[in-house]
Design a binder for this molecule. Structure first.
Ligand code: IMP
Ligand code: MG
Length: 194
């Protein structure tokens, strides 16, 4: 059995070498799956404690958040409900700035404790749109969870109550995030190579 240090070194070398190609672009590994899962475990612990006497409604923002929402919700031990909204703002590797609701909210949210689950906050346009849409339903309160946040791209004052990782302004794919519809299936998160 090789020593733990050697295993770690081998993993680092493998990660360094790991690249994927989607259409015309190459991406290199950025956040490995074990790191994502550990961080989600910490967020779940915090949410379990914050909502221990409540029955929150989690709103998974499709499409990008489906894996984050699934992994987070599996780690929760509180009673909760799950609902979905589908929004769209990205085209290729750029935000269009116009957020569209493709499928709206179907669950009754009046007087409920709502937690929005997003994959990534980039400009913040989607987050602002989601808060506005959900507040129309008169919930008791609304919190926001996002696996990723690009602080340098943010154009609005968005409070992320449960944040996985702050990331630089790179274009990312994997773990739900797509490039032109592809790449959502990877367990790790990759960034666009220069
Ligand atoms: P925002 O409205 O500019 O904050 O962008 C939010 C949405 O754009 C996210 O929910 C993602 O679906 C998508 N998005 C933002 N950055 C990336 C990225 O780096 N890769 C893939 N999708 C992204
Ligand atoms: Mg999204």
């Amino acid at each position: 059995m090789p020593p733990a240090g050697l295993i770690l070194l081998l993993r680092l070398v493998l990660n360094f070498m790991q690249k994927i190609t989607i259409k015309d672009k190459t991406f290199s590994i950025n956040i490995p799956s074990d790191k994502i899962q550990n961080r989600i475990g910490e967020l779940a612990k915090q949410i379990n404690s914050d909502y221990k006497d409540k029955i929150p409604v989690f709103i998974c923002v499709l499409s990008g958040s489906f894996l984050f929402a699934a992994d987070l919700i599996k780690k929760l031990s509180i009673d909760c409900e799950v609902s979905f909204i589908r929004v769209s703002s990205y085209s290729g590797t750029q935000s269009t700035g116009v957020v569209k609701s493709v499928v709206g909210i179907s669950t009754e949210l009046k007087d409920r404790h709502v937690v929005i689950l997003e994959d990534i906050v980039d400009t913040g346009d989607t987050a602002v749109y989601l808060f506005e849409e959900i507040k129309k339903h008169a919930p008791a309160d609304v919190r926001f969870a996002s696996l990723l946040l690009k602080p340098k791209a943010l154009r609005h004052d968005v409070k992320v109550d449960y944040l996985g990782f702050e990331v630089p302004n790179d274009f990312l794919v994997g773990y739900g995030l797509d490039y032109d519809g592809l790449g959502r299936n990877y367990a790790d998160i990759y960034k666009l190579s220069e």
